[in-house]
Design a protein around this ligand. Structure first.
Ligand SMILES: NC(=O)C1=CN([C@@H]2O[C@H](COP(=O)(O)OP(=O)(O)OC[C@H]3O[C@@H](n4cnc5c(N)ncnc54)[C@H](OP(=O)(O)O)[C@@H]3O)[C@@H](O)[C@H]2O)C=CC1
Ligand SMILES: CC(=O)[C@@H](O)[C@H](O)COP(=O)(O)O
Ligand SMILES: [Mn+2]
Length: 386
């Protein structure tokens, strides 16, 4: 029985992880469940899945959660510190990092230091501090198993290949809801339109990142650290059907791809059962009804975030951390209709140009960079006109 800590159990990845657990109660149980502020759903999950511990990150929600679980034998904690502490509990075998944004960093660092296997959905952790996480995972011999669909695909393609040389990986991108649109169209798109992803039903932040192609930029950086690749070995191709989740091209020119219906429970389950595969009731690809699988170049001129992410990756140091912090503020401001869709890239670029660069950042440097860039970006939001 694998005992899981699910950080962000009330979100899209979190709830789907619980569905996988529910389908295989003989294999998995929830040891820790956490949320940011959604007390109602967290309490419902806790009553149903009977974890030993729950954490609500927003401390002012503690009393409400405690009251909701008063009849249960469950330890209730609150606050960001608690989030970082519960992952190290001796009863936890695997930590599923499914919180959104920078919030995933410190709990993941703690989980790695405690030697817990990581099922990593929170890609921002590797964007912000890829080098640090990579070094810590090596030092503590902690496996990091990808949950992100593209990285799970690559991981599956690499299984059994040992040290066979990889020429490149090909990350597929759906292109999002605005694929094919030009810059002037993008200037006036609404949050509601940007939240309509063509293939995936995900949390708001990653959905906006998909629409702006920042998600793909983040995934390029995530792939670099997960698979130890050089930037020129990572290619992005738009594949609007999201059936091929990514590919690996080997030195002999052979290409392996992983295919499946767009359903995150598949990569989640693979991370939970790795290296085994188990039965699932998820949908199956029907090649006769899916008439064509198509591919095209990403439009890097219109969707500038992809190039900004490559630029941050090539610069290294704390630049990807600057990219992430500026993006988090930009996405939030766009969702609140304080800035336009296209202003997000302008804001991020300005923060990258102006942010204090640190070539070899420590954890403290990342924390400080995140704090400073958020302040900087918030100030800049005020001067952007919608
Ligand atoms: N959804 C998907 O299909 C995919 C997601 N990912 C990645 O997985 C991660 C999670 O995404 P997704 O599930 O869509 O996100 P959601 O917004 O749906 O869920 C986020 C979860 O994290 C919690 N949370 C939010 N902010 C904080 C915080 N500051 N501190 C602690 N907990 C917090 C939320 O709690 P509450 O409910 O209380 O707000 C919720 O449980 C992201 O990094 C995303 O990029 C990767 C591939 C696919
Ligand atoms: C499901 C998943 O892994 C998302 O990160 C997905 O990749 C988003 O789709 P696009 O970014 O390709 O639009
Ligand atoms: Mn993805």
């Amino acid at each position: 029985m694998k005992r899981l800590a699910i950080l962000g159990s009330t979100g899209s990845i979190g709830t789907q992880t619980l569905q996988v657990i529910e389908a295989h109660p003989d294999l998995f149980c929830a040891e820790v469940l956490t949320a940011n502020r959604n007390v109602k759903l967290l309490a419902e999950q806790a009553i149903r899945f009977k974890p030993n511990m729950v954490v609500i990150a927003e401390e002012n929600k503690y009393a409400e959660l405690k009251e909701a679980l008063k009849a249960e034998d469950i330890k209730v904690y609150a606050g960001k510190e608690a989030l970082s502490q519960v992952v190290a509990a001796g009863t936890v075998d695997m930590v599923v990092t499914a919180t959104v944004g920078y919030s995933g960093l410190l709990p993941t660092v703690n989980a790695i230091q405690a030697g817990k296997v990581i099922a990593l959905a929170n890609k921002e952790t590797l964007v912000v501090a890829g080098e640090l996480i990579h070094t810590l995972a090596l030092r503590h011999k902690t496996p990091i198993l990808p949950v992100d669909s593209e990285h799970s695909a690559i991981f599956q393609c690499l299984a059994g290949e040992g040290n066979n040389p990889v020429e490149k990986i090909i990350l597929t991108a759906s292109g999002g809801p605005f694929r094919g649109k030009d810059y002037s169209y993008l200037q006036s798109v609404t949050p509601a339109a940007a939240l309509k992803h063509p293939n995936w039903n995900m949390g708001a932040k990653v959905t906006i990142d998909s629409a702006s192609l920042m998600n793909k930029g983040f995934e390029v950086i995530e792939a670099k650290w997960l698979f130890g690749l050089a930037p020129q070995q990572i290619e992005v191709v738009v594949h609007p059907q999201s059936i091929i989740h990514s590919m690996v091209e080997f030195a002999d020119g052979s290409i392996k791809a992983q295919l499946g219906v767009p359903d995150m429970r598949l990569p989640i389950q693979y991370a939970l059962t790795y290296p085994d595969r188990i039965q699932s009731d998820f949908g199956r690809v029907d090649f006769c009804s899916c008439r064509s699988l198509t591919f095209e170049e990403p439009d890097r001129q219109t969707f500038r975030n992809l190039n900004l992410a490559y630029r941050a990756m090539l610069k290294g140091g704390n630049m990807p951390c600057i990219l992430n912090a500026a993006n988090e503020v930009a996405v939030e401001a766009f969702l609140q209709e304080r800035i336009s869709f296209t202003a997000m890239s302008d804001l991020i670029e300005e923060c990258m140009d102006k942010g204090h660069f640190v070539a070899q950042p420590s954890l403290e440097d990342y924390i400080q960079t995140d704090r400073e860039i958020r302040q900087e970006a918030e100030e800049r939001v005020k001067v952007f006109k919608k």
